[in-house]
Ligand binder design. Structure first.
Ligand SMILES: NC(=O)c1ccc[n+]([C@@H]2O[C@H](COP(=O)([O-])OP(=O)(O)OC[C@H]3O[C@@H](n4cnc5c(N)ncnc54)[C@H](OP(=O)(O)O)[C@@H]3O)[C@@H](O)[C@H]2O)c1
Length: 410
């Protein structure tokens, strides 16, 4: 146990993974400086973020073991809500800034003070969608932004640098991907992958040439919490299930005969490997590895060691939706064939994820497994029950769109 708890600058703490990591760092006693993007012309931003983060922490899924440890620090008998509030108030400072600006757009004095106070940087902020919106949005935020965060790590006090990459920097390669630096640039499925690849290379080169201790974490496709299903992001798996769910509800509502015996063909390789990992495993694993000095200079695949195949995933999801009479087949050659209206609708709504339905990448996670040995942190298997937990949460939270919904009986 180190004498003084570390001070960590976290980027991306309002995001899906960043908020889960922030919660865990907080209950483990770290002092946190959260760099949060400024909302235009909103002078109440800090109190809004403070309030919503606080709420998230209080309502979040802190495990009893984490809290027991923290209770020893803050005082026996503290109740969970009070404990988290106390921790937040005493250990968190919020800075409004932007990683795309040099010095994060902070006042020079404030930036310099931060450079001298922070022991470690946890860089999680990124643009994570796959669509091209601004011409070079991915490069500006994910690459230029990472360069600015590296420059911060290299100013003032020496700091450790933790970088959240993605397992899919592997792009369109096949086979088994190791936990090491990619030697050659692969072909990519989208600009997101390319920008994360370039940023990862930048982290390694910059850290090596400036003697910055660094660790890189490459998560798979993150889904909700394995115990509660909780998520604040409803992309990837959720998007596919939501389209099927809406089709089913629409057929049911209109009492349509169309559902009695309909086959929907979706594109993909039935044997594709879909590397879904629950957020609690990803965040627990990263925080455990982050605390080990020996992780310096290493890359970790925070992936599912037993990912389901696409056809297995389909068979796990469909019974839960109770879509009697509707069959979903997976077709490698679908794009060459003529499609029904329903199939066209399905394709249109899920297009940005296509390439992942053909991926047979396997991620070697030996480093991660070696570092997690004895911690009790294990990636949950994607069972029928886990899929049910994930989907039930998404349905009851209307896929993140406000009013809750229910699954209609067919
Ligand atoms: N989710 C996954 O399945 C997955 C898988 C593998 C790797 N990853 C990686 O994990 C990290 C977190 O992903 P996520 O899913 O949690 O993403 P997310 O929910 O979209 O969160 C992204 C975070 O980055 C912040 N951000 C974006 N641009 C910024 C800027 N210019 N300055 C400051 N902050 C900025 C966002 O702030 P605002 O709240 O202001 O938008 C938000 O806090 C990313 O590096 C991503 O590449 C994610």
């Amino acid at each position: 146990m180190e004498k003084r708890e570390k001070t960590i600058l976290v980027t991306g703490s309002t995001g899906f993974l960043g908020s889960a990591i922030t919660q865990r760092l907080l209950v483990s006693g770290c002092k946190l400086k959260l760099l949060i993007r400024k909302r235009d012309n909103d002078s109440s931003q800090i109190s809004y973020v403070l309030e919503s983060l606080l709420k998230e922490l209080i309502l979040g899924n802190q495990s009893d073991e984490d809290l027991q440890y923290q209770c020893r620090v803050v005082g026996e008998g503290s109740n969970k809500d009070k404990l988290l509030q106390e921790l937040f108030i005493s250990n968190v400072e919020i800075y409004e800034g932007d990683i795309t600006s040099r010095g994060f757009g902070l006042e020079t004095q404030e930036y310099t003070r931060l450079c001298n106070e922070v022991d470690e940087v946890f860089h999680c902020a990124a643009v994570t969608h796959f669509e091209m919106q601004g011409a070079d949005e991915h490069m500006v935020v994910n690459v230029k932004g990472t360069e600015n965060v590296l420059q911060f790590a290299n100013s003032g006090k020496q700091k450790r640098f933790h970088y959240i990459s993605t397992a899919y920097v592997a792009g369109k390669q096949n086979g088994i991907i190791g936990e090491n630096k990619m030697v050659n640039e692969p072909l990519f499925n989208n600009e997101y992958e390319r920008s994360k690849f370039v940023a990862e290379q930048l982290v390694i080169e910059y850290a090596k040439s400036n003697d910055i201790p660094y660790t890189i974490y490459r998560p798979g496709i993150i889904v909700g919490d394995s115990k509660t299903g909780a998520t604040c992001k409803f992309d990837n798996l959720y998007l596919f299930v939501k389209v099927l769910f809406n089709m089913k509800n629409s057929f049911t509502k209109h009492n349509s005969e169309g559902l009695k015996n309909v086959t929907i063909r979706v594109p993909g390789d039935p044997d594709a490997l879909i590397n879904l990992v629950p957020i609690d495993y990803v965040a627990d694993a990263i925080v455990a590895i982050l605390r080990m000095r020996e992780s310096n200079g290493k890359i970790f695949h925070i992936t599912n060691p037993n990912p389901p195949r696409l056809r297995e995933l389909r068979d796990l999801v469909l019974p839960f939706l109770e879509i009697k009479g509707m069959h979903v087949t997976i077709d490698r050659e679908l794009e060459k064939q003529s499609l029904s209206a329903v199939e066209k609708l399905f394709l249109r709504q899920t297009r940005s994820y296509y390439s992942y339905l053909f991926s047979t990448l396997r991620f070697d996670d030996s480093n991660t497994q070696q570092f997690l040995k004895g911690t009790g942190i294990i990636c949950p298997t994607l069972t029928k029950e886990l899929v049910r937990t994930l989907i039930e949460f998404a349905v009851s939270h209307n896929w993140g769109e406000g009013k809750p919904t229910v699954l209609q009986k067919a």
